[in-house]
Design a protein around this ligand. Structure first.
Ligand SMILES: *[C@@H]1O[C@H](CO)[C@@H](O)[C@H](O)[C@H]1NC(C)=O
Ligand SMILES: *[C@@H]1O[C@H](CO)[C@@H](O)[C@H](O)[C@H]1NC(C)=O
Ligand SMILES: *[C@@H]1O[C@H](CO)[C@@H](O)[C@H](O)[C@H]1NC(C)=O
Length: 358
């Protein structure tokens, strides 16, 4: 079954020209000294375990959770991951296990079933789940496994990417009891067009306008703004409210990675059941012979490299990918970096007519 929101999403789409005032560095310099593979694109050394935490648990969370964490004892950074419109958190299992295998605990709430609530209500539920973490995450984890909430990342796919940004920007009516240290949008979508945005509206269409003190990574999809059929011209991640605009509005440090040959739904598991498969048909997908696993490893690897850089101070893999995008399993073009110290006024003063991928 496809929800009314999904139908709305693809029915009333209007593709609009994007505002492009920022002109971040387009990285082309190639580091030829790199001969080795980038290890973040391979499965990590930890063994991920998934568990579903429902309301029957003693420390019952405000919403059911999928938790993916390493089997090995240790203290790990935590990623709060928000699902897309009417999606199940379990549809992201492959990419979340991949990330967890590099030593991360991923907490993926199921904020609602099928029919999305208002943007504000969804955001408030997300904030309640975030506030549940400090007192209760530990009580649903085994004794020798600890979530490090000083290294807490907010992430989300599609509408869940919007939720992650809106939460980081402080739009929830529930005041936060946690500090977020990094933000990741996986093909984030903030509405069906520049004019019809999910409330609370977060996009201003102004370069560097997100008032965020934390590093940001935006992963896009090259086919997200392409319609499935030539007519009607409806896309799942329409221009003006998608990754390019999120990247335009984030302040340095912020980076942008676009898997050229993949679509909005290709980040999900291969097997997502009949509802998921029906929803998949509404979005432009990669060619049938292309492996979604390559995309999941690319997106998962970029997320891990970004967090290793900003959580652990190890920029090796992050900079390797920024300088040598061809090392990723799936083609990434463009790859862009707004580095720290670049002033936004100088970014918007420069004018570059279009980004490389157009
Ligand atoms: C969040 O950060 C602020 C400023 O660094 C600090 O005062 C506050 O105690 C932190 N809150 C939590 C819950 O860690
Ligand atoms: C930083 O990451 C690289 C690549 O994963 C690794 O080879 C290196 O040992 C790490 N450096 C430190 C100091 O941990
Ligand atoms: C990208 O930006 C980050 C944040 O300022 C910086 O640390 C890093 O060196 C930059 N990397 C490249 C390859 O420009």
């Amino acid at each position: 079954m496809v929800t009314p929101w999904t139908i709305l999403l693809v029915t009333f789409l209007a593709t609009l020209p994007e505002s492009r005032s920022a002109s971040p560095t387009i990285l082309s310099e190639s580091d030829t000294s790199v001969l080795t593979k980038v290890s973040v694109f391979e499965t990590g050394k930890f063994h991920p375990i998934t568990s579903h935490i429902g309301s029957r648990f003693t420390c019952s969370p405000p919403k059911p959770l999928l938790i993916v964490r390493p089997k090995e004892d240790g203290t790990y950074p935590v990623i709060l991951f928000h699902h897309g419109t009417a999606f199940q958190n379990s549809w992201y299992t492959d990419v979340l296990k991949f990330i967890s295998s590099h030593g991360y605990i991923v907490v993926a709430p199921q904020l609602y079933q099928l029919m999305p609530p208002s943007g504000q209500r969804e955001l408030d539920l997300a904030a309640k789940v975030a506030n549940w973490l400090p007192l209760c995450l530990q009580c649903v984890l085994p004794e020798n496994i600890e979530g490090d909430l000083h290294n807490l990342a907010l992430a989300g796919h599609s509408r869940g990417g919007f939720i992650a940004f809106a939460l980081a920007l402080g739009h929830a009516d529930v005041s936060p009891d946690v500090n977020f240290s990094a933000l990741i949008g996986v093909d984030p979508v903030a509405g069906i067009s520049k004019q019809i945005q999910i409330q609370p509206k977060i996009l201003n269409h102004e370069s560097c306008s997100f008032d965020l003190p934390i590093p940001v990574a935006v992963i896009g999809s090259g086919l997200g703004n392409k319609p499935v059929l030539p007519f009607p011209p409806l896309a799942c991640a329409p221009d003006g409210v998608s990754h390019t605009e999120f990247f335009n509005e984030c302040k340095p440090p912020c980076s942008h990675f676009v898997p050229t040959d993949y679509g909005h739904m290709d980040f999900l598991d291969d097997d997502i059941g009949p509802i998921g498969s029906a929803a998949r048909l509404l979005c432009k997908q990669s060619k049938w012979w292309a492996s979604r696993d390559l995309l999941r490893r690319t997106a998962g690897g970029v997320i891990v490299a970004f967090l290793e850089a900003f959580f652990k101070g190890n920029y090796t893999d992050y900079n390797k990918i920024l300088l040598n995008p061809y090392l990723a399993p799936a083609t990434l073009d463009p790859v862009q970096n707004k580095s720290k110290g670049t002033s936004c006024s100088s970014l918007s003063a420069m004018t570059i007519p279009a980004f490389a991928f157009e």
